[in-house]
Design a protein around this ligand. Structure first.
Ligand code: EPU
Length: 416
């Protein structure tokens, strides 16, 4: 199993281009299921989760043609509206096929995802919404068996804000009969990017980006071309890395407007940030100051940035409170950070992090994607060598991580 060896202690300097957003690309790939015409995508990141989604769609009869700059998905015919456990268990986002399959084929069989390293992650809101649209859904042998002759529009008030839940229902509603109103919808930029793609395919959607999304169903959708938005979490991860390690970096091809909460916190830590179009420059000349964060749905501070900011807090001047409100078990990295000499005390869903002058390299274990990103940041600032095990987690969501870090002057090496 691959490991990542990082020799820490060097400031970051240089320029890298960010990739397309994983969490936008995955639902948008599923949108291809809604149409018999091809969907051509650009800026699709080269990630393991994207390959997993491509494999999942191919099993259903979708033709996936990945070229250098363009990925074309063509669901001319759906031969098998099933998502098997073997793939779903490796990637929870697989549940995003449920709404589109049901809307297009009138039936779907999708494995229940089960738990994961960051929490229970139920899908009751996805199910509840589809039932409100007239679907019959039962659980049989670990699979959700769903059927509906044609989904009907409905007013759906979600009990909590769920990103993939909103996306699943928005896709299903695009082909339903009549109007659907999604209340308490997720406002994440990835939801907006999906809506943009669906609209290009001919869907009638208003309000994406607000907590109320109105979808007027149409009988069929066409083909489209769409450019996947830049990855705001990847962007934020490199910015947090530079804020922790010191230095001066430029990130290009970003979507700065999707990063308000992260940029505010980085400024609070003492970083100077300048935005020119889609480029973000960050410079920090001193030890970062401690900043507290509390995760919440967009536009508040993202849970997917929590581990990276905990790593930053480990070396900051002062004490930071890191509060996680979205997932119940998303502090696994805290224990690993302690192995590097961090001073972290866990109190329920808050981590009290007292910054130390320096961390020391050690062997650590990645537990999930963003936790791994936190460990990478800690490794970059730690004295000596840090070896991160189980970096397949990183390959799920960070394109060309070693290459990009090397371009920023870091000393990183993948050990086979
Ligand atoms: N929830 C329910 N019932 C549901 C759905 C969600 O109780 O039916 C709960 C979850 O257990 C959680 C909260 O609602 O406590 C929010 O979960 P959400 O559904 O928003 O998460 P998700 O859609 O499964 C997406 C991202 C995650 C990101 C979260 C939160 C994708 C593919 N994944 O997951 O990204 O952490 O939103 O912003 O979009 C990552 O990229 O590393 C990652 C985990």
């Amino acid at each position: 199993m691959d490991k990542l060896k990082i020799t820490g202690g060097r400031a970051l300097e240089g320029e890298v281009r960010v990739s397309g957003a994983k969490n936008a690309a995955l639902p948008i790939m599923c949108a291809a299921l809604l149409s018999a015409k091809p969907l051509a995508l650009t800026n699709v990141p080269r990630l393991r989760d994207v390959s997993t989604m491509a494999k999942l769609l191919a099993q259903m009869g979708v033709t996936v043609n990945r070229q250098e700059a363009k990925t074309v998905l063509h669901a001319k015919e759906i031969t098998e509206p099933t998502a098997a456990y073997e793939l779903v268990k490796t990637m929870r986002a697989s549940v995003l096929v449920l709404g589109p399959l049901l809307a297009r084929c009138g039936e779907a069989k999708v494995s229940l995802p089960g738990g994961c390293a960051i929490g229970a992650r139920p899908v009751d809101q996805h199910v509840k919404g589809l039932q409100a649209m007239g679907a019959t859904i039962s659980i049989e042998h670990g699979y959700m068996q769903a059927s509906a002759s044609r989904l009907r529009g409905a007013r759906i008030v979600m009990d909590l804000v769920t990103v993939t839940g909103t996306e699943n229902l928005m896709m299903a509603a695009a082909l339903a009969e009549g109007e659907t109103l999604l209340e308490n919808a997720a406002r994440e930029p990835e939801v907006v990017d999906l809506a943009r793609c669906l609209i290009a395919m001919g869907a009638k959607i208003e309000g994406a980006g607000s907590d109320q999304i109105r979808i007027r169903g149409v009988p069929s959708l066409g083909g489209a071309e769409h450019r996947v938005m830049p990855d705001r979490i990847e962007t934020g991860t490199y910015l947090a890395a530079a804020a922790a390690a010191g230095g001066k970096i430029r990130l290009t091809g970003t979507a700065p407007e999707s990063l308000d909460a992260t940029l505010d916190k980085l400024r609070e830590a003492g970083a100077r940030i300048e935005i020119h179009g889609s480029s973000i420059d960050l410079e920090i000349a001193r030890r970062p100051g401690a900043v507290s964060v509390r995760t919440a749905p967009y536009p508040a501070f993202a849970t997917d940035m929590q581990a990276q900011f905990m790593a930053l807090a480990c070396v900051a001047d002062g004490t930071a409170l890191i509060t996680e409100t979205i997932f119940e078990n998303r502090f696994m990295h805290a224990i690993e950070l302690q192995r590097l000499g961090a001073d972290i005390r866990l109190e329920g869903n808050t981590a009290v992090v007292k910054g130390v002058e320096r961390l020391q390299g050690a062997a650590v274990m990645a537990t999930d994607l963003r936790a791994s990103a936190g460990l990478v940041i800690a490794g970059l600032v730690a004295e000596g060598q840090t070896v991160i095990d189980r970096i397949y987690h990183l390959d799920r969501g960070y394109e060309a991580l070693e290459g990009k870090l090397t371009a920023l002057g870091a000393r990183v090496e993948r050990i086979k």
